[in-house]
Design a protein around this ligand. Sequence first.
Ligand code: SF4
Length: 370
Amino acid sequence: MISPEQYPAFANDLLTWFDANKRALPWREDYDPYRVWVSEIMLQQTQMERGVAYFHRWMEALPSITAVAEAHEDTLLKLWEGLGYYSRVRNLHKAAKIIAAEHKGVFPEEHAAIRALPGIGEYTAGAIASIAFNQDVICVDANVERVFSRIFDIDSPVKQKHNMAFIRKTVTDVLPSGHAREFNQAVMELGALVCSKKPRCERCPLQQYCEAFHLGIPHERPVPTAKKEIKHIDVATGFLMHQGKIYIQKRPDFGVWAGFWELPGGSVEKGEAPEETVVREFMEETEFPVTIEDKILVVKHGYTTYRVTMHCYFLTFTDQHSAEPVLHAATEYKWVSMDELDEVTLPAGHRKLLDHLQNDMRLKPLLDNS
Ligand code: SF4
C-alpha cells in the first residue's frame, strides 16, 4: 500500500504523465472561467467527443456570460437539445443572470460564491476553483473514485460514506500545493484514458503505487453499489394533422421536460389499450376529439432509471372541429409544418419519433388530406 511519504513522488509521476498525454480540449487553451464552467456542466453525463461538439456550438452562439444571461430560454434549450438533463441548462441560465447582476458579468473567484450559484455542487465548485483559478481545492468525480479505489484497494462499495470520506481526505493529502489545476485534471484524465472501466495497467504511470494492480484485481474495483431497478412505462402519443399542419403544445415551466414543446399524450393506464390512451389524452389535455388514422410505430427510449415504450399514431379530428384547443396541460400551442417541427425543442423520445418519420411515405398524403 502506498504510504504518505510516497505522495509527492506519486503526484509528480502523475503530473509528468499528464503533461505528455493530456488531450487538447478547447477550454484548456486559456482556462477562461466561463469556458471551464460551461465545459464542466456540459460534460456531466456526456461523452467527451459529443460534449466538445456541443461546446463549440454553444461558444459560437454565446461567447460570454452576459450573452447567456440575455439569451431567451428557448435558444439555450435548442443549443442543449440532445444532451438531456435539462435542469443543467436552466441552472446555467439562472447562474448567468446572477453573475451578470451581482458580479458585473465576471465569474466569481471565491469558492463559496461559486458554490452558491445554481447548478453548482461540491464537485463542480471544486473543478472550477481549481481548473479555472488554480486554487488548492480537490474535485472528486467517478474517474477519481475509480482511480483511488484501485490504488488503495477499497474492497466495499465506493459510494459508502466512509469510503467517500477516505477518498476525499486522501486526494487532499496527495494534492501538491500550487498545482491543483493540473493535478485534478490529471487524475480525471488518467481515469478516462488509462484507468478506465477496462484498465490499461500496462500504460499506467502509477502502477508501482497501485494495490489493486499488485493483487491482480483492478477489474474488481471499484466495488459497485447494488443496481436500482429499471422501471418500464408504456405511453401513447400522436400526430394530430389539420390543414397540412401538426399540433404541438408547450409544457408548463416546472416538472419533467419543463418548457419543451411536445405532442400530447401520456401513460397507458391499467387495462387500457394504447389506442384508447392517445384518444383519452388528447381529450383530457386539449378537448380535441380525435380518430386514429394509422399506427406510426413504437419508439423505445431509455433513461437512467426507466425505459419508455412510446406508441405513436397518425390522428385527425373525429368531425369538423375548431383548431383551437382548451389547454389543460400546456401553456401554449401551435400548428406547425414538418419543417417547423425541426426548429422547436422536443423531448428526446419525440425527437426520435420525428427522425423515424422523415422517411415515412404515409405522412405526406395524410397531411395533404387533413
Ligand atoms: S495500475 Fe491499473 S488499476 Fe492501478 S491505477 Fe493504473 S490503470 Fe488503474
